[in-house]
Design a protein around this ligand. Structure first.
Ligand code: SAM
Length: 281
């Protein structure tokens, strides 16, 4: 039996049995492996870090897409930075209110290999006419584009390698510029129990540019160490205070099924445990 050992933390690793290896290769940018594991199903790992698994991807992709879109209430244009496996695009495109999705992914190999070996995650999203796929560095993209979006989702790798630039204050300032006034930025912000610097750094780099900066949480089993934090930043204070009742009405109107997200979980996600709130002090 060969084991995949995650190399994310110096003093904590997780091992997943590689019951079947489907692909392993260094792309131009990242070291990529796709394998089957009997608990999590098919797994994608980049540079020794689990990115997404068939078994629990629904938790991450549902929360990082439906919370900002349903809090916003009238999101039509959505920008995804990263998201190479296509799961985020799949969830965003479930919203009838969404007319256009731009997805900016730096590594085309991730897209091609996920389309081939992990088709259940994108589930046809790459063929949706509303999707505009851009192969580019997300940091450069937000500096150069003249377009504006209602919601921006940073579905990035961890702040290592090509993903590091997506956690900088310069990048967050660029995202702010690309949002309409009531727009919402959300980010993949790591697992505070083992990566507390990610929340602290993002909070410090976001607060100068947005009126409301907070986090919401969900537990994604393969992102080991407990609750995962998602960054939240907007100038429209009312968005985060949207009631469960209002969210439920919008969710019902949107008319699709979920396996993790509910209006109650949406609102409860913003209730941060004290050990995370302390990181924001
Ligand atoms: N769900 C995963 C997680 O939480 O870690 C992330 C999923 S997705 C695989 C992350 C994507 O970010 C990868 O496809 C990677 O190629 C992409 N990425 C990394 N750096 C980037 C950059 N600077 N611009 C655009 N995409 C980038």
């Amino acid at each position: 039996m060969e084991w995949f050992e995650e190399a994310l933390h110096p003093s904590l690793t997780q091992r997943l049995s590689m019951d079947r290896i489907l692909f392993r290769e260094k792309t131009d940018l990242q070291d990529l492996v796709i394998f089957d594991n009997r608990i999590f199903g098919r797994v994608l790992a980049l540079d020794g870090i689990v990115q997404t698994t068939e078994g629990d991807e629904f938790i991450y992709h549902e929360m990082l897409s439906h919370v900002p879109i349903l809090a916003h209430g009238a999101a039509s244009r959505v920008l995804i930075i990263g998201g190479g496996d296509g799961g985020m695009a799949r969830e965003v495109l479930k919203h009838p209110s969404v007319s256009a999705v731009t997805m900016v992914e730096i590594d085309p190999s991730v897209i091609e290999l996920c389309r081939t070996h992990l088709p259940s995650i994108s589930a046809g999203a790459f063929d949706d006419p509303r999707l505009d796929l851009v192969i580019y560095d997300g940091a450069a993209f937000v500096e150069e584009t003249n377009d504006r979006w209602d919601v921006i989702i940073i579905d990035s790798t961890d702040p290592l390698g090509p993903g590091e630039v997506l956690f900088s204050e310069r990048f967050y300032r660029g995202c702010k510029r690309c949002l309409v006034p009531s727009g919402i930025l959300v980010t993949q912000n790591g697992v505070p129990f083992v990566q507390d610097q990610q929340v602290t750094n993002s909070y410090r780099r976001l607060t100068p540019h947005f009126a409301d900066v907070w986090f919401f949480v969900a537990t994604v089993p393969t992102y080991q160490g407990g609750q995962m934090a998602f960054g939240w930043a907007t100038d429209e204070i009312a968005h985060r205070a949207t009631s469960t009742h209002a969210i439920a009405k919008r969710f019902q109107t949107a008319g699709f099924e979920t396996r993790y997200y509910t209006p109650e979980v949406h609102v409860a996600g913003f209730a941060l445990p004290a050990y995370i709130k302390i990181l924001l002090a």
